[in-house]
Design a protein around this ligand. Structure first.
Ligand code: HEM
Ligand SMILES: [Cu+2]
Length: 606
């Protein structure tokens, strides 16, 4: 049987070869750029929205750090403008709102739209050989629901009684009508609900697209790991975001209608249970952290292979590890609640399950090392960011084990150690993957390459400063400094930490300032960057077989997939095609196909 007759018969029902089968190319400005249904345009909408909020969330982090290094001193330059009532000083109330909004924005309004909204949308159809998402109109709705959510959140800054201030986790009773009176916190609840609705719409679309629209021959184990990451993330989103949404509905009722789902009763009056909210939040919240890291893992697993110029080590083990983590992530959430007085039996079960998650996590990690081991490594900016991720994720993952152990967590819980842990993973590893994705797919998104020297400078400044910031947080947490603390200097035992806090703040300002390089590079390259050809990185996944940027219908003909995603260093390709890579839909010259003729041997490494 020839290789060309090898499309997976049990595979997907791809859209046909007729480009007119998808929605017609839009003509007007509004249908093209505003209410667009093209996944590539929607990806860009998510990207710009998310980057805008990343900048706002990042600026808030600078304000928080200023207060911790210089408690009670007015913020320079902008202080008087932002906090006129207190003469430029960040008041305790403003501080609480700042860290609440910083966390909320970074998780729900920056990383989610950029990584999942933008790159999920952009990569999935292009990488599986489809013309668009399964439900383009739902995709449009998903973006505009996210937009409505950001508008609601923004409005919550400007209402009487102030911005939301119950932390990104919004635990009652802090988030009850008594804890945070006023419409600000209520708008927060509505914004998170809308944000969740947007995520669920996206998830339904991603899952259906991957199940139904893979090009012929693209069986599951030929999908790029990036697509695996987005797929598993979408499944977690579809399963667990509704739990958060339920929590938000009940919290809304408590705040607006006077119900008491989350407010404890007294002996004379029945009531609810604040701990119920923590269950609802973390049943969602723990999968959420994997929702954010899985796409990052997928992207890095692919890119490490592409830039090490050899196939990903243990492709199947990586996939099964990601699946195992997806399943396990549903049953470990109790590790966020060890100190709520849960039964020791239950606590120990959660501890054990959490520890078990590290097994697939370590397998994944070892596979990365296997991939780069003795590769013909190229280190352009996206690869540097991936290598940075391997490093920070290593440290961040290890710190998780100390938190997973009840005995050490009782001490570390609610300290800066937890803040350091999740920043090393979420703010460092996930963000590094986000940058890798931007530098890597920028040519496909916009048809131009980003500037390399500026990108490298951005990388080095970022990686050094962020490890200082988040490593420093681990240290002050270990020394006992509580998280969400307005002024550490009021505690005698924390006063010696002031120099360390100042050091962290300096590093944070370097980190913040170096992002200006990225912003400049991004916009400069958008207009002035070197023009990219179809495949500037010389890799074989399907998006690189289309022009940069791809046309409205993505592929002139739906590709027939013959190979896995990492056909690098293929000796037959080197011999016959004089290059070290093979596209996923590319047959080798006939005489290269030795073996038993099922079309697979040609790609086996000899
Ligand atoms: C081997 C892997 C990991 C283990 C064992 C682990 C363990 C833990 C534990 C036990 C806590 C609770 C600590 C406490 O509140 O006292 C925690 C908090 C947290 N972890 Fe992890 N974690 C791991 C990976 C991750 C990943 C991959 C992410 C994100 C992408 C993440 C994000 C978070 C966040 C956001 C929190 C704190 C949330 C909050 O209280 O505000 N963790 N982790
Ligand atoms: Cu967790």
């Amino acid at each position: 049987m020839s290789a060309a007759a090898d499309p997976d018969p049990a595979g997907a029902v791809a859209l046909g070869d007729d480009p007119a089968e998808i929605h017609p190319a839009p003509t007007g400005f509004v249908s093209r750029f505003v209410f667009a249904r093209d996944h590539k345009v929607i990806a860009k909408q998510f990207l710009f929205l998310g980057l805008g909020f990343l900048a706002i969330g990042g600026f808030m982090a600078m304000l928080i750090r200023w207060q911790l290094a210089n408690p009670g001193r007015p913020y320079p330059l902008l202080g008087k403008l932002l906090f006129p009532a207190s003469g430029g000083v960040i008041s305790p109330a403003a501080y609480v709102s700042l860290f609440t909004m910083h966390g909320t924005i970074m998780i729900f309004f920056a990383i989610t739209p950029i990584l999942i909204g933008a790159f999920g949308n952009f990569c999935i159809p292009l990488m599986i050989g489809a013309r668009d998402m399964a439900f383009p109109t739902l995709n449009l709705l998903s973006f505009w629901t996210m937009f409505a959510s950001t508008a609601t959140l923004t409005a919550s800054f400007f209402v009487p009684l102030g911005a939301p201030s119950a932390g990104w986790t919004a635990y009652p009773t802090l988030s009850s009508a008594i804890g945070t009176p006023g419409p600000g916190q209520t708008l927060w609840v509505v914004a998170i609900y809308l944000n969740g609705a947007s995520s669920i719409m996206g998830a339904v679309n991603y899952i259906t697209t991957i199940v139904r629209l893979r090009a012929p021959g693209m069986h599951y184990f030929r999908m790029p790991l990036t697509v695996w990451g987005f797929w598993l993330t979408a499944i977690l989103n579809a399963l667990f975001v509704p739990v958060l949404a339920a929590g938000m509905v009940l919290l809304f009722f408590d705040r607006v209608l006077g119900t008491t789902f989350f407010i404890a009763g007294s002996t004379i009056k029945g009531g609810g249970d604040p701990i119920l909210y923590q269950h609802l939040f973390w049943i969602f919240g723990h999968p959420e952290v994997y929702i954010l890291i899985l796409p990052a893992w997928g992207i890095v697993s692919d890119l490490l292979s592409f830039f090490a110029r050899k196939p990903a080590y243990g492709y199947r083990v990586t996939v099964w590890s990601m699946i195992a983590i997806t399943v396990l992530s549903a049953v470990v959430y109790g590790h966020h609640m060890f100190v709520t007085g849960m039964s020791p039996m239950l606590g120990e079960s959660f501890m054990l399950l959490t520890m078990i998650i590290s097994v697939p996590a370590v397998l994944l990690f070892l596979n990365w090392l296997g991939t780069i081991w003795r590769g013909a490594m190229r280190t352009p900016t996206p690869m540097l960011f991936c290598l940075g991720l391997v490093f920070t994720f290593g440290i961040g993952g290890l710190t998780g084990l100390f938190l997973a152990d009840i005995v050490s967590d009782v001490y570390l819980h609610d300290t800066y150690f937890v803040v350091g842990h999740f920043h090393l993973i979420m703010a460092a590893a996930v963000l590094l993957a986000t940058f890798a994705a931007i530098y890597y797919w920028f040519p496909k998104l916009f048809g131009r390459l980003m500037n390399e020297p500026l990108g490298k400078l951005h990388f080095w400044l970022t990686i050094v400063s962020l490890n200082l910031v988040f490593g420093g947080q681990l240290l002050i947490g270990y020394a006992g400094m509580q998280r969400r603390l307005y002024d550490p200097s009021v505690y005698e035992f924390l006063r010696p930490l002031l120099p360390l806090n100042r050091g962290i703040t300096h590093a944070a300002f370097v980190l913040g300032t170096s992002q200006l390089l990225f912003i400049f590079n991004f916009f400069w390259s958008l207009f002035r960057g070197r023009r990219a050809d179809a495949n500037p990185w010389q890799v074989g996944t399907l998006e690189w077989t289309t022009p940069s940027p791809p046309p409205h219908h993505n592929f002139d003909r739906i590709p027939l997939v013959l190979n896995g995603p990492h056909e690098l260093a293929n000796p037959a390709a080197i011999k016959h095609l004089h290059r070290d890579w093979l596209a996923q839909n590319e047959p080798l010259p006939a005489d290269a196909d030795a073996g038993d003729g099922d079309g697979d041997e040609k790609n086996r490494l000899v």
